[in-house]
Design a binder for this molecule. Sequence first.
Ligand code: ZN
Ligand code: ZN
Length: 303
Amino acid sequence: MLKDLSPGQNNKELKRFYRKMLKALHPDLGGDKEEFLKFLAWYTEQHAKDKNFKAEVVKRLPSQGNYVYRCEEFTLEEILTLKQKTLVLPVEKKCPDCDGTGYDRCKSQVCGNCLGTGLIETLSSRSKDKVYVPCPFCGGRGRVQRVICSTCLGRGTIRDELRVVVDLPLGLEEGDYLYLPRDRFNLPQDVYVEVVIKDHPNFKRVGKDLILEHSVSVWELLLSDFIEVPTLEGRERLATSDLRISQEIVLKSRGLYYYERGDLKRGDLIVKLRVIYPIDLPLEVKECLNLAYETYKRLHQGG
Ligand SMILES: [Zn+2]
Ligand SMILES: [Zn+2]
Protein backbone atom coordinates (compact mmCIF):
# COMPACT_ATOMS: atom_id res chain seq x y z
CA MET A 1 0.00 0.00 0.00
CA LEU A 2 2.85 2.38 0.78
CA LYS A 3 4.45 1.96 -2.63
CA ASP A 4 1.68 4.19 -4.02
CA LEU A 5 3.45 7.11 -2.45
CA SER A 6 6.66 8.44 -3.85
CA PRO A 7 9.08 10.11 -1.44
CA GLY A 8 8.86 13.45 -3.23
CA GLN A 9 5.19 13.91 -2.50
CA ASN A 10 4.24 17.17 -0.86
CA ASN A 11 2.61 17.77 2.46
CA LYS A 12 -0.90 18.30 1.15
CA GLU A 13 -0.91 15.09 -0.85
CA LEU A 14 0.60 13.25 2.08
CA LYS A 15 -2.16 14.46 4.34
CA ARG A 16 -4.88 13.60 1.88
CA PHE A 17 -3.38 10.15 1.54
CA TYR A 18 -3.16 9.79 5.32
CA ARG A 19 -6.81 10.67 5.80
CA LYS A 20 -7.88 8.22 3.11
CA MET A 21 -5.81 5.43 4.60
CA LEU A 22 -6.94 6.23 8.14
CA LYS A 23 -10.49 5.62 7.03
CA ALA A 24 -9.70 2.57 4.93
CA LEU A 25 -7.52 0.85 7.50
CA HIS A 26 -9.10 1.78 10.81
CA PRO A 27 -9.93 -1.47 12.63
CA ASP A 28 -13.19 -0.02 13.94
CA LEU A 29 -14.26 0.44 10.33
CA GLY A 30 -13.34 -3.07 9.35
CA GLY A 31 -9.65 -2.56 8.58
CA ASP A 32 -6.79 -4.86 9.46
CA LYS A 33 -5.21 -3.97 12.79
CA GLU A 34 -1.60 -4.92 11.97
CA GLU A 35 -1.67 -3.02 8.72
CA PHE A 36 -3.22 -0.03 10.43
CA LEU A 37 -0.52 0.12 13.11
CA LYS A 38 2.19 -0.31 10.49
CA PHE A 39 0.69 2.53 8.51
CA LEU A 40 0.46 4.78 11.57
CA ALA A 41 4.13 4.17 12.36
CA TRP A 42 5.11 4.88 8.78
CA TYR A 43 3.11 8.09 8.61
CA THR A 44 4.45 9.20 11.97
CA GLU A 45 7.96 8.94 10.60
CA GLN A 46 7.06 10.98 7.51
CA HIS A 47 5.22 13.49 9.62
CA ALA A 48 8.13 13.95 12.02
CA LYS A 49 10.43 14.75 9.09
CA ASP A 50 8.10 17.31 7.57
CA LYS A 51 8.39 20.78 9.02
CA ASN A 52 6.01 22.63 6.72
CA PHE A 53 2.71 24.08 7.96
CA LYS A 54 3.50 22.84 11.39
CA ALA A 55 3.21 24.70 14.63
CA GLU A 56 6.41 24.91 16.61
CA VAL A 57 6.67 23.94 20.24
CA VAL A 58 8.10 26.39 22.72
CA LYS A 59 8.40 25.90 26.44
CA ARG A 60 7.63 29.48 27.45
CA LEU A 61 5.94 32.57 26.12
CA PRO A 62 8.06 35.44 24.79
CA SER A 63 8.39 38.19 27.39
CA GLN A 64 7.58 40.91 24.88
CA GLY A 65 6.11 41.40 21.46
CA ASN A 66 2.66 41.59 20.01
CA TYR A 67 1.00 38.20 19.93
CA VAL A 68 -2.27 36.47 20.68
CA TYR A 69 -2.33 33.99 23.56
CA ARG A 70 -4.85 31.18 23.75
CA CYS A 71 -5.35 28.19 25.98
CA GLU A 72 -6.76 25.13 24.21
CA GLU A 73 -7.82 21.68 25.25
CA PHE A 74 -6.54 18.80 23.14
CA THR A 75 -7.91 15.29 23.17
CA LEU A 76 -5.63 12.27 23.17
CA GLU A 77 -7.06 11.32 19.78
CA GLU A 78 -5.99 14.66 18.33
CA ILE A 79 -2.49 14.30 19.72
CA LEU A 80 -1.93 10.62 19.02
CA THR A 81 -3.88 9.54 15.98
CA LEU A 82 -5.29 12.54 14.12
CA LYS A 83 -2.22 14.70 14.76
CA GLN A 84 -4.28 17.67 13.69
CA LYS A 85 -6.46 20.29 15.34
CA THR A 86 -8.76 23.00 14.07
CA LEU A 87 -8.31 26.14 16.10
CA VAL A 88 -10.91 28.87 16.11
CA LEU A 89 -9.09 32.12 16.73
CA PRO A 90 -10.81 35.39 17.54
CA VAL A 91 -9.66 38.27 15.36
CA GLU A 92 -10.66 41.93 15.11
CA LYS A 93 -11.46 43.14 11.61
CA LYS A 94 -12.64 46.42 10.13
CA CYS A 95 -16.39 46.86 10.46
CA PRO A 96 -17.84 46.43 6.98
CA ASP A 97 -20.97 48.49 7.75
CA CYS A 98 -19.21 51.73 8.68
CA ASP A 99 -15.92 51.02 6.92
CA GLY A 100 -14.12 51.36 10.24
CA THR A 101 -15.34 54.88 11.05
CA GLY A 102 -17.62 53.77 13.89
CA TYR A 103 -20.49 55.92 12.62
CA ASP A 104 -23.58 54.91 10.71
CA ARG A 105 -23.16 55.77 7.05
CA CYS A 106 -26.86 56.24 6.35
CA LYS A 107 -27.99 58.10 9.41
CA SER A 108 -27.00 61.71 10.04
CA GLN A 109 -27.75 64.37 12.62
CA VAL A 110 -28.28 68.11 12.37
CA CYS A 111 -24.93 69.82 12.80
CA GLY A 112 -24.76 71.47 16.21
CA ASN A 113 -22.29 74.07 15.01
CA CYS A 114 -24.35 75.64 12.22
CA LEU A 115 -27.72 74.29 13.41
CA GLY A 116 -28.27 72.65 10.06
CA THR A 117 -27.79 75.71 7.85
CA GLY A 118 -24.36 74.66 6.67
CA LEU A 119 -23.15 78.23 7.09
CA ILE A 120 -21.73 80.21 9.93
CA GLU A 121 -21.72 83.93 10.41
CA THR A 122 -18.43 85.70 10.73
CA LEU A 123 -17.02 89.22 10.27
CA SER A 124 -14.99 90.01 7.21
CA SER A 125 -11.50 91.08 8.24
CA ARG A 126 -11.41 93.77 5.55
CA SER A 127 -14.87 95.36 5.49
CA LYS A 128 -15.96 94.39 9.02
CA ASP A 129 -19.24 93.25 7.42
CA LYS A 130 -21.08 90.14 8.33
CA VAL A 131 -20.23 87.29 5.92
CA TYR A 132 -21.27 83.66 5.77
CA VAL A 133 -18.78 80.86 5.29
CA PRO A 134 -19.37 77.12 5.05
CA CYS A 135 -19.46 75.47 8.47
CA PRO A 136 -16.08 73.77 9.00
CA PHE A 137 -17.61 71.18 11.30
CA CYS A 138 -20.01 69.64 8.78
CA GLY A 139 -18.27 70.89 5.64
CA GLY A 140 -21.30 72.98 4.75
CA ARG A 141 -23.61 69.98 4.57
CA GLY A 142 -25.60 71.00 7.64
CA ARG A 143 -25.67 67.43 8.84
CA VAL A 144 -23.06 65.26 10.47
CA GLN A 145 -22.67 61.50 10.67
CA ARG A 146 -22.56 61.09 14.40
CA VAL A 147 -24.95 58.22 14.84
CA ILE A 148 -22.98 55.32 16.28
CA CYS A 149 -22.77 52.29 13.97
CA SER A 150 -25.03 49.62 15.39
CA THR A 151 -22.88 46.79 14.00
CA CYS A 152 -19.66 47.66 15.80
CA LEU A 153 -21.14 50.01 18.46
CA GLY A 154 -18.71 52.69 17.42
CA ARG A 155 -15.55 50.61 17.79
CA GLY A 156 -14.92 50.54 14.06
CA THR A 157 -13.91 46.86 14.31
CA ILE A 158 -15.87 43.66 14.76
CA ARG A 159 -14.94 40.31 16.22
CA ASP A 160 -14.47 37.60 13.72
CA GLU A 161 -13.39 34.00 13.83
CA LEU A 162 -10.54 32.53 11.93
CA ARG A 163 -10.33 28.78 11.51
CA VAL A 164 -6.85 27.39 11.27
CA VAL A 165 -5.99 23.76 10.79
CA VAL A 166 -2.79 23.05 12.65
CA ASP A 167 -0.55 20.05 12.15
CA LEU A 168 0.42 18.98 15.60
CA PRO A 169 4.05 18.19 16.27
CA LEU A 170 4.60 14.84 17.89
CA GLY A 171 5.60 14.62 21.52
CA LEU A 172 3.29 17.44 22.57
CA GLU A 173 3.12 17.76 26.34
CA GLU A 174 0.79 19.53 28.69
CA GLY A 175 2.04 23.06 29.36
CA ASP A 176 3.83 23.32 26.01
CA TYR A 177 3.04 26.31 23.84
CA LEU A 178 2.27 25.89 20.17
CA TYR A 179 3.76 28.77 18.29
CA LEU A 180 1.91 29.66 15.08
CA PRO A 181 4.05 32.13 13.16
CA ARG A 182 1.94 34.77 11.47
CA ASP A 183 3.44 34.27 8.01
CA ARG A 184 3.25 30.51 7.95
CA PHE A 185 -0.40 30.40 9.01
CA ASN A 186 -1.56 33.58 7.28
CA LEU A 187 -2.69 35.21 10.51
CA PRO A 188 -2.99 38.89 11.47
CA GLN A 189 -0.71 38.22 14.46
CA ASP A 190 1.57 35.54 15.86
CA VAL A 191 -0.40 33.12 18.01
CA TYR A 192 0.72 31.13 21.04
CA VAL A 193 -1.52 28.30 22.18
CA GLU A 194 -1.01 26.76 25.58
CA VAL A 195 -1.62 23.03 25.49
CA VAL A 196 -3.96 21.43 27.98
CA ILE A 197 -4.62 17.75 27.49
CA LYS A 198 -8.21 16.85 28.14
CA ASP A 199 -8.93 13.97 30.47
CA HIS A 200 -10.00 10.96 28.49
CA PRO A 201 -12.94 8.86 29.65
CA ASN A 202 -10.99 5.63 29.10
CA PHE A 203 -7.29 6.36 29.24
CA LYS A 204 -5.39 7.83 32.16
CA ARG A 205 -2.04 9.48 31.54
CA VAL A 206 0.77 8.40 33.83
CA GLY A 207 4.04 9.87 32.62
CA LYS A 208 4.44 8.70 29.04
CA ASP A 209 2.19 5.69 29.52
CA LEU A 210 -1.53 5.38 29.20
CA ILE A 211 -3.49 3.27 31.64
CA LEU A 212 -6.73 1.64 30.64
CA GLU A 213 -8.84 0.19 33.42
CA HIS A 214 -11.22 -2.30 31.95
CA SER A 215 -13.87 -4.31 33.72
CA VAL A 216 -14.50 -7.87 32.66
CA SER A 217 -16.82 -10.43 34.18
CA VAL A 218 -15.32 -13.60 35.57
CA TRP A 219 -17.61 -15.53 33.20
CA GLU A 220 -16.15 -13.81 30.18
CA LEU A 221 -12.66 -14.41 31.45
CA LEU A 222 -13.36 -18.11 31.99
CA LEU A 223 -15.59 -18.89 29.03
CA SER A 224 -14.35 -16.69 26.16
CA ASP A 225 -11.10 -17.14 24.27
CA PHE A 226 -10.69 -13.40 23.75
CA ILE A 227 -11.93 -10.17 25.21
CA GLU A 228 -11.91 -6.84 23.43
CA VAL A 229 -10.58 -3.63 24.92
CA PRO A 230 -10.70 -0.13 23.45
CA THR A 231 -7.43 1.52 22.39
CA LEU A 232 -6.86 4.81 20.59
CA GLU A 233 -6.15 2.81 17.45
CA GLY A 234 -9.32 0.77 17.61
CA ARG A 235 -10.41 -2.25 19.59
CA GLU A 236 -7.79 -4.78 20.56
CA ARG A 237 -8.36 -8.50 21.13
CA LEU A 238 -6.60 -9.93 24.15
CA ALA A 239 -6.34 -13.68 24.74
CA THR A 240 -8.06 -14.64 27.97
CA SER A 241 -5.46 -17.39 28.48
CA ASP A 242 -2.90 -14.57 28.98
CA LEU A 243 -5.24 -12.56 31.16
CA ARG A 244 -5.76 -15.49 33.54
CA ILE A 245 -2.01 -15.38 34.23
CA SER A 246 -1.75 -11.61 34.66
CA GLN A 247 -4.51 -9.06 34.74
CA GLU A 248 -2.10 -6.40 33.57
CA ILE A 249 -1.16 -6.42 29.90
CA VAL A 250 1.36 -4.02 28.41
CA LEU A 251 0.78 -2.97 24.80
CA LYS A 252 4.18 -1.66 23.77
CA SER A 253 4.51 1.75 22.09
CA ARG A 254 0.83 2.63 22.25
CA GLY A 255 1.13 5.46 24.77
CA LEU A 256 2.22 9.09 24.43
CA TYR A 257 4.94 10.29 22.08
CA TYR A 258 8.01 11.91 23.55
CA TYR A 259 11.53 12.81 22.61
CA GLU A 260 14.51 11.27 24.31
CA ARG A 261 17.86 12.76 23.33
CA GLY A 262 16.36 13.80 20.01
CA ASP A 263 14.78 10.42 19.23
CA LEU A 264 11.04 10.10 18.97
CA LYS A 265 9.73 7.45 21.34
CA ARG A 266 6.34 6.30 22.43
CA GLY A 267 5.19 5.15 25.87
CA ASP A 268 3.10 2.04 26.49
CA LEU A 269 -0.56 1.35 26.95
CA ILE A 270 -1.11 -0.66 30.10
CA VAL A 271 -4.38 -2.51 30.30
CA LYS A 272 -5.45 -3.22 33.87
CA LEU A 273 -8.30 -5.61 34.17
CA ARG A 274 -10.81 -5.45 36.92
CA VAL A 275 -12.52 -8.78 37.30
CA ILE A 276 -16.16 -8.55 38.24
CA TYR A 277 -17.55 -11.44 40.28
CA PRO A 278 -21.28 -12.00 40.61
CA ILE A 279 -22.53 -10.77 43.97
CA ASP A 280 -25.19 -13.38 44.55
CA LEU A 281 -24.92 -16.90 43.31
CA PRO A 282 -28.25 -18.71 43.06
CA LEU A 283 -28.17 -22.23 44.43
CA GLU A 284 -28.71 -23.65 40.97
CA VAL A 285 -25.63 -21.87 39.63
CA LYS A 286 -23.61 -22.96 42.65
CA GLU A 287 -24.53 -26.61 41.97
CA CYS A 288 -23.46 -26.25 38.36
CA LEU A 289 -20.19 -24.69 39.44
CA ASN A 290 -19.59 -27.48 41.91
CA LEU A 291 -20.11 -29.97 39.14
CA ALA A 292 -17.78 -27.97 36.89
CA TYR A 293 -15.15 -27.88 39.62
CA GLU A 294 -15.35 -31.65 40.17
CA THR A 295 -15.03 -32.23 36.42
CA TYR A 296 -12.09 -29.87 36.17
CA LYS A 297 -10.28 -31.58 39.07
CA ARG A 298 -10.88 -34.99 37.59
CA LEU A 299 -9.62 -33.96 34.14
CA HIS A 300 -6.67 -32.13 35.59
CA GLN A 301 -5.58 -35.04 37.72
CA GLY A 302 -6.16 -37.38 34.79
CA GLY A 303 -4.13 -35.16 32.45
ZN1 ZN B 1 -19.34 49.81 12.30
ZN1 ZN C 1 -22.35 72.60 10.39
